[in-house]
Design a binder for this molecule. Structure first.
Ligand code: SF4
Length: 321
């Protein structure tokens, strides 16, 4: 087990501090690339409609939705990051849809193209996908970039319960995540999983068990934690309009994180602790704050509650399922 990182003035290992330390204080930003992929639970191979909470536009910036080529997306994304944030280095992030859902030779063409633009300033490749779209050949391809770039494979865990995965039309079981984690173990790629908290049928006790399940896999280096938010254009959005249900308030969610983060392994880096779509797409919950305000509100809440990542970590738990 690696030692905890410098928390960087927060009560948990956060991605900003991780990047700062890893890249000697240089400003590193993710540039989103849309390779035009789809998902197996959208195109009919496993289902239609996608995950019920998903409207892919809700996490794709306007810029990458309009741009036709990878080169244009990346060049313009870099320009924007330099202008707005004085970015110095970049991580190319294939985010929308399932970015390993194509033959390996096609994936190689896409990744190669993206990484050939302003190569000297690209430090990483991050690929967002589903566990059921990972196989040994794709892991080999991702690992082949690791001599030049940091490679981050991001997979949706969403829930650890198959009942939930079925209800949200995920088209994928928790066992498939476990299989993908085993395939990626001891390879030169970093693994990130993301989770969603707040499905109305999951209790707090059920959600806290996600931490124990994540902790079981030492190959998980990063996590992204999201609260359930309902967006326009999603199946859940249409259902919510007819039958609204209880969602986290910001204080309830902070209370939940204050219970969850102490259970997490102390070496895990939290890339994100809440989700937020564009406000024009967001139905609920609307916490009425900008992203930076939400971050600061939650961080202050965690600090005032004396939260410390890993302080309640239980190493000996084998499985909670
Ligand atoms: S959440 Fe991910 S896997 Fe599910 S439909 Fe949306 S893009 Fe596809």
């Amino acid at each position: 087990m690696s030692t905890p990182l410098d928390f960087g003035h927060k009560n948990y290992n956060h991605y900003g501090a991780y990047l700062k330390k890893k890249y000697d204080g240089q400003r590193v930003y993710k540039i989103i690339a849309d390779g035009g992929f789809t998902c197996p639970n959208r195109d009919g191979s496993k289902g239609y409609g996608g995950c019920t909470y998903c409207n892919v536009d809700s996490f794709t910036p306007e810029l990458s939705r309009r741009l036709p080529t990878i080169r244009e997306q990346i060049e313009q994304g870099m320009e924007r990051a330099i202008k707005n944030y004085r970015a110095e280095k970049f991580i190319v992030y294939f985010q929308p849809n399932t970015n390993t859902y194509s033959p390996t030779h096609y994936l190689k063409m896409m990744y190669d193209e993206a990484l050939s633009i302003n190569t000297e300033n690209i430090v990483g490749l991050s690929v967002g996908t589903r566990p059921d779209c990972i196989d040994p050949e794709k892991i080999d391809l991702l690992e082949s970039y690791s001599d030049r770039f940091d490679v981050d494979l991001e997979m949706g865990m969403e829930s650890i319960y198959d009942d939930t995965l079925l209800k949200i039309n995920r088209g994928c079981t928790h066992q498939e995540l476990e299989n993908a984690l085993i395939l990626a173990d001891k390879r030169k790629i970093d693994i990130c999983v993301h989770t969603i908290f707040g499905f109305p049928w999951e209790t707090q006790d059920m959600m806290l068990k996600y931490a124990h399940e994540i902790n079981r896999f030492p190959q998980i280096k990063f996590v992204k934690l999201h609260h359930l938010h309902i967006v326009k254009g999603s199946i859940m959005g249409s259902r919510f309009a007819k039958e609204p249900f209880k969602l986290f308030t910001i204080d309830e969610y902070t209370d939940f994180l204050a219970e969850f983060i102490p259970l997490l392994r102390p070496d895990i880096v939290l890339q994100r602790i809440f989700g937020l779509s564009d406000y024009e797409l967001l139905i609920a919950p609307n916490w009425g704050m900008k992203k930076s305000q939400i971050q600061s509100y939650i961080d202050k809440g965690l600090e005032s509650r004396g939260v410390v990542q890993g302080s309640k970590y239980i190493p000996e738990i084998i499985s909670v399922l």
